[in-house]
Design a protein around this ligand. Structure first.
Ligand code: KIV
Ligand code: ZN
Length: 529
């Protein structure tokens, strides 16, 4: 009988803490709702001691998302565990996930502790977490490089102190598959009491082996796997959830396990994360990349037309991706549009549908055929749930090969129009600088990418911008036939998020100082902010 593998999603913790992937509270909540729809069993919502933002996100997710177990990370210290519990205590099914490094290299250079001291700290930390919460996971950090006999002692200490899950991380992505598999087999065989404890994998992709090692861990006895959507995470990332799930699904003949993930939500989950972080997956990414189901070579196309099984081991529909057929045109109605959005994983509220429909009509006027990709571009651009403080009314650019470019931008805020011009090396940069002059918080571009959606002269440019404002990064995404317009809109979207965050931060500070928040915000942000 196949056994269930529990999917532990850490997109909002290990994924979110990696550079370029940060999300604000609303964005984390939106992602958490999608992970719930996807059917993850455990959702690691954050690391509450790391920042007030992380604490609030874990608290909000714990309050709203009731089906999966909600986990929060804590180092093996009283402060961390107290904070994790404070954030988690409203959850229907809370779990404290505490960790301490166990490899000699971490003990010597990072912790400066002896093996005995670390062993004691593990017993204490798991016991302390247990005094709050019945479900406690322990991770011996860098287990993959930990001396095996000592690892077994550490796991034993954690189990004796009441750990319900033992997670064995390959923190630095160093292990080869047989080594990772053997570590699980050893812990399972040699740690007393393992019949009461679940073993878990946690792999990093530094050698490109994260998914392979996850499957090796399953073969070794793990029944929980830790992974992230799109494989985001520290350095080269974590094991990609969609790849692990589909490997288990497709090769159920060879693996003794199954998952309860709704595979048809995989593509929507990947797309949502891309929209929220601005971090695109590469075209040839397994399962969710644009080319994952594209057959270019004539011989392949011919085979697929005769029978898809010749070159397709998964149908695009299984992961929630349409087969890129032409779906809608200028005469399609609002109802058909809503239905198609639903099939693509976006359930839109009435105002959202109205807005999407307007954009769709504009696009359908210019293009004969509107593809799924176009529809996704529409939602990606238009449904960041934060208020759009400034909107783009118009822009003009002058660019030439002879020297700098100039942009003139008109923005609207609360019915009032602001305009300014700036000069820079290129037209996009000039537009960004003109926006900065109006809003008053200069941004620095961290990442800028353009790709075409659709093909030929019918294609539109989709621009993704990541920019740093006042030390924090925000992303924006927009598409248009005009690249400069798409760039200006995506930069403005990122700037609007920054304005919103700064206002919220100032309002929190003002409230803490006892001043009425609205009053203070008005003083702090008159026009021009
Ligand atoms: O990679 C790692 O070791 C971790 C632990 C905190 C589980 O992320
Ligand atoms: Zn990790």
């Amino acid at each position: 009988m196949p056994e269930k593998v529990y999917i532990f999603d850490t997109t909002l913790r290990d994924g979110e803490q990696s550079p370029g992937c940060s999300m604000n509270l609303e964005e984390k909540l939106e992602m958490a709702r999608q992970l719930d729809r996807l059917g993850v069993d455990i959702l690691e919502a954050g690391f509450p001691v790391a920042s007030q933002g992380d604490f609030e996100a874990v608290q909000a997710i714990a309050a709203e998302i009731r089906r999966p177990v909600i986990a929060a990370l804590a180092r093996a210290s009283q402060l961390d565990i107290d904070r994790a519990w404070q954030a988690l205590k409203g959850a229907a099914r809370p779990r404290i996930h505490t960790f301490l490094a166990t490899s000699d290299v971490h003990l010597r250079y990072k912790l400066r502790k002896t093996r005995e001291e670390v062993l004691k700290q593990i017993s204490w930390a798991v016991g302390y977490a247990k005094s709050y919460c019945a479900d406690v996971e322990f991770s011996p950090e860098d287990a993959g490089r930990t001396d095996r006999a000592y690892l077994i002692e550490c796991c034993h200490a954690a189990v004796e102190a009441g750990a319900t899950v033992l997670n064995l991380p390959d923190t630095v992505g160093y292990c080869l598959e047989p080594e990772y598999e053997q570590m699980f087999a050893d812990v399972k065989a040699k740690v007393p009491g393992m019949d009461r404890v679940m073993l878990s994998t946690h792999t990093h992709n530094d050698l490109g082996l994260a998914v392979a090692n996850t499957l090796a861990g399953i073969r070794g006895g793990a029944r929980q796997v830790e992974c992230t959507i799109n494989g985001i995470g520290e350095r080269a990332g974590n094991a990609a959830l969609e790849e692990v799930v589909m490997a288990i699904y497709v090769r159920r003949d060879a693996l003794p396990v199954y998952t309860e993930i709704r595979t048809e939500e995989l593509y929507a989950s990947s797309q949502l994360l891309t929209r929220l972080t601005g971090v695109e997956v590469q075209r040839n990414k397994a399962i969710v990349g644009r080319n994952a189901f594209a057959h270019e070579a004539g011989i392949h196309q011919d085979g697929v037309l005769k029978n898809a099984i010749t070159y397709e081991i998964i149908t695009p529909q299984t992961v929630g991706m349409s087969s890129n057929e032409i779906v809608l045109g200028k005469h399609s109605g609002r109802h058909a549009l809503a239905k198609r959005f639903e099939e693509l994983g976006y359930s839109l509220s009435k105002p959202e549908l109205d807005r999407a429909y307007q954009q769709f009509c504009r696009l359908a006027d210019r293009k004969k055929q509107v593809y799924d990709e176009d529809l996704i571009a529409i939602v990606r651009e238009g449904f960041d749930h934060l208020p759009e403080t400034y909107s783009l009314r118009s822009f003009q650019t002058v660019a030439s090969t002879e020297g700098p470019s100039t942009a003139t931008i008109e923005l609207e805020r609360d019915g009032q129009v602001y305009h300014d011009s700036a000069t820079a090396q290129g037209p996009c940069d000039a537009a960004f600088r003109a926006i900065d002059r109006i809003i008053g918080i200069p941004g620095t571009i961290v990442d800028f990418s353009v790709h075409t959606v659709g093909s030929g002269t019918d294609g539109v440019a989709e621009v993704v911008v990541r920019a740093r404002f006042e030390g924090r990064e925000f992303s924006g995404q927009a598409s248009s036939h005009n690249v400069v317009e798409a760039a200006a809109r995506s930069y403005l979207q990122a700037a609007n998020k920054a304005v919103y965050e700064l206002q919220a931060q100032q309002a929190r500070r003002a409230a803490a100082a006892g001043v009425h928040a609205d009053e203070r915000v008005n003083q702090l942000f008159p026009a021009g902010y």
